[in-house]
Design a binder for this molecule. Sequence first.
Ligand code: NAD
Length: 279
Amino acid sequence: MVETLGLIGTGMIGGSIGLACKKAGHVKRIIGYDTNPESLEASKALGICDSIEYTLEDAVKHADLVIFSMPVHSIAEEILQAAKYAREGVVFTDTGSTKAEICSLVKEKIKGLKPVFVPAHPIAGSEKNGPTAAHAELFKGKLTILCPLENTPAWALDKVATFWQGMGARIEKLSPEEHDKIFAFTSHLPHLIAYALAGLLEPKHVQFTAGGFRDTTRVAGSDPALWAEIFKANKGPLLEALKGFQEGLHKIESCLKSNDFDALKNILTKAQQFRRKVQ
Ligand SMILES: NC(=O)c1ccc[n+]([C@@H]2O[C@H](COP(=O)([O-])OP(=O)(O)OC[C@H]3O[C@@H](n4cnc5c(N)ncnc54)[C@H](O)[C@@H]3O)[C@@H](O)[C@H]2O)c1
């Protein structure tokens, strides 16, 4: 049981955590904080938080678990700022979609400070943002990746794992670097491709789009500012994934140019077999 949760960033992910905790009943009290007063006040009105605070210090000083859910480029700085106000032994965790940069910025500087940091990333989300898009079931049956640092104590890792499991999530552990390589392929590249494809069409094409286009480009409806920062934070692994994708496109292109439709069918069949395994 968490006595007091500090919910820092009360947007779609932070808001969904608040609602999921309320439903699970494994947190006694939730204090919200967000730099955008509209999001913050909406989170109180929507029942995401029990109370809200207008300073980071007031949101953190009584908490025994603090979760940071803001754009990836602000997470490390916010954690180190909040560490000044935290109680001894408090656990800090986050929801950032990239992990290596955040971990390398935090791990040395947090040593000797009061909080313990357990980096995390829930593999659940949507193209919508803000607390009005939050929902209590978002994490049910979904993975949450934990990326413990070399000095993360087992009790803190257990506390964060239990917290996510209480919301119905399953837990996997990866190193921050492994995490970023994998999610470059399974999340960041698909977003990049969706943006590229949606950006290719002109307004006159809208009336001719249907399910195929909508399914393939759904995530291009996501916040461009949030995703530009994710691409920036995971630039190296994302460029590697993009290279693999370009090679795949070239193979398809050469099948078409050389009229090798058997080879093309083999490529499509292999892709279909993989896609059918995805739930
Ligand atoms: N959108 C997804 O599908 C998804 C999935 C998993 C993880 N994530 C990660 O979760 C985090 C939050 O994403 P989201 O989709 O909830 O975005 P969101 O835009 O819905 O919410 C982010 C909130 O953070 C607030 N904020 C910005 N800077 C802040 C700061 N310095 N201090 C406090 N609050 C601040 C914003 O005002 C906003 O309310 C991101 O790191 C993202 O990478 C997103």
